[in-house]
Design a protein. Structure first.
Length: 403
């Protein structure tokens, strides 16, 4: 970099994957603590994309790829949702020829290219000594790759699905659950007014935590999750029973976007295009389930069809300001990352386990999967959460014990 280095070391921070409330508080926590400890902090824009696209030339204009962070910058953004560093679903291992930065086009001309060599060169160009990526299992899987290549990485888990292995909690999850409960409670008035069944599709590609917790909290009568292929007839039977038992004549079901029922071959995708991590965009299982509920309802309702209200929550649970937990946990996670930097420790994932903050080897992200324990927490006949006791369970009940 052009500036003379007059600080202990330089820390790079980035956010990747989907945005969630709590990212800006985490960036703020890292930056404030780091600056006061004598470090410089560089915010890398658009996740791995910005780091991949930097031109390692002091004369080049890289202002849209990174920024030097100050207390003024992060304090302004730290109370808000989203990420002011922006984000992308970029995987530098798997870059299409059309997505290779123009200045690297002569070097990478295969259909699929691995730009890791240049990512590492750009880290060296920026003088980054420690890299703190904040993301889900896709973003952090590349962080594991960089760590194995010798980069000093300390990862912070983020995802509304709460499915990063090794931690009970990922930034964004609490706000997602809070929003889901709020929006369900708003829509139940319309469901009751029209005596309908309310179907709400929520996030959750492989893990059903975002459907399970709101249902356990009383937001819905039933939920279906990716971990269990349910019987559509049984779901309709239960929902009609719930509706007819309710004095307001409605019932509610939460549908994880990755859920499937018996007879389906695969999840429902919006199209067949995949992102850089090989995932096609999910969406539409709520529509299919709604149609089946209406079609089958008369079978369980004395020959009378029950109408359906069908709502996909989508970005409504992703946007807006963080709730209390997603303001406090990111603050702690950011400071925990700095604790490790100050000790010269890297290759770790910041975690919350059994109610206590800790850290774990970063490769836990890629060594296992974090899913709902169906046998322990999901009643496959009643299609809803169940439990024997809350004693000694973690704050979010079924999200613990995944070390």
């Amino acid at each position: 970099m052009a500036a003379v280095k007059n600080h202990k070391a330089t820390i790079g921070i980035l956010t990747g994957g989907g945005d969630v409330p709590g990212l800006n508080p985490a960036i703020r926590a890292v930056t404030i603590r780091a600056l006061r400890e004598g470090f410089q902090v560089i915010g890398l824009k658009r996740g791995w994309a910005g780091l991949m696209e930097i031109i390692p030339d002091k004369e080049a204009d890289n202002s849209d790829k990174y920024m030097v962070l100050t207390e003024e910058i992060v304090n302004k953004a730290g109370r808000t949702g989203g990420t002011f560093l922006h984000t992308s679903r970029t995987n530098p291992i798997n870059v299409k020829k059309s997505d290779v930065p123009a200045h690297l086009a002569d070097k990478y001309n295969k259909d699929i290219n691995d730009l890791t060599e240049d990512v590492i060169k750009n880290l060296e160009f920026l003088g980054i000594d420690y890299l703190i990526p904040i993301g889900g299992d896709d973003t952090l899987s590349y962080a594991v790759h960089l760590f194995k290549k010798g980069v000093r990485v300390i990862a912070i888990p983020k995802t509304m699905d709460n499915d990063v292995p090794g931690t009970d909690y990922c930034i964004g999850f609490s706000t997602c659950v809070t929003r889901t409960i709020e929006l369900t409670n708003k829509l139940r008035t319309s469901a009751g007014s029209h005596e309908r069944i309310l179907v709400m599709e929520v996030f959750g590609r492989y893990a059903g935590f975002t459907a399970m917790l709101p249902t356990m909290a009383g937001a819905a009568n039933r939920c279906v999750i990716p971990e269990y292929k349910f019987d559509i007839d049984r779901l309709v039977e239960l929902l009609v029973e719930d509706r007819n038992r309710n004095p307001s004549k409605y019932s509610v079901v939460l549908i994880s976007e990755g859920a499937t029922f018996k007879g389906m071959d695969e999840m429902v995708f919006q199209n067949k295009e995949t992102d850089a991590f090989g995932h096609a965009k999910l969406g539409g299982i709520g529509d299919i389930v709604s149609e089946k509920i209406k079609e089958l309802s008369k079978k369980y309702n004395h020959g009378k069809t029950v109408d359906v209200i069908n709502q996909k929550l989508g970005y409504l649970v992703r946007g807006g300001d963080p709730d209390a937990i997603d303001s406090i946990v990111p603050m702690a996670y950011g400071n925990l990352a700095l604790d490790l930097v100050l000790k010269g420790i890297h290759g770790r994932l910041i975690v919350l386990r059994n109610g206590r903050y800790d850290n774990a080897p970063i490769d836990v992200v890629t060594s296992t999967k974090k899913l709902v324990d169906v046998n322990r927490f999901y009643n496959t006949d009643r299609l809803r959460p169940h439990y024997k006791s809350f004693e000694f369970q973690p704050l979010f009940i079924m999200t613990g014990g995944y070390s």
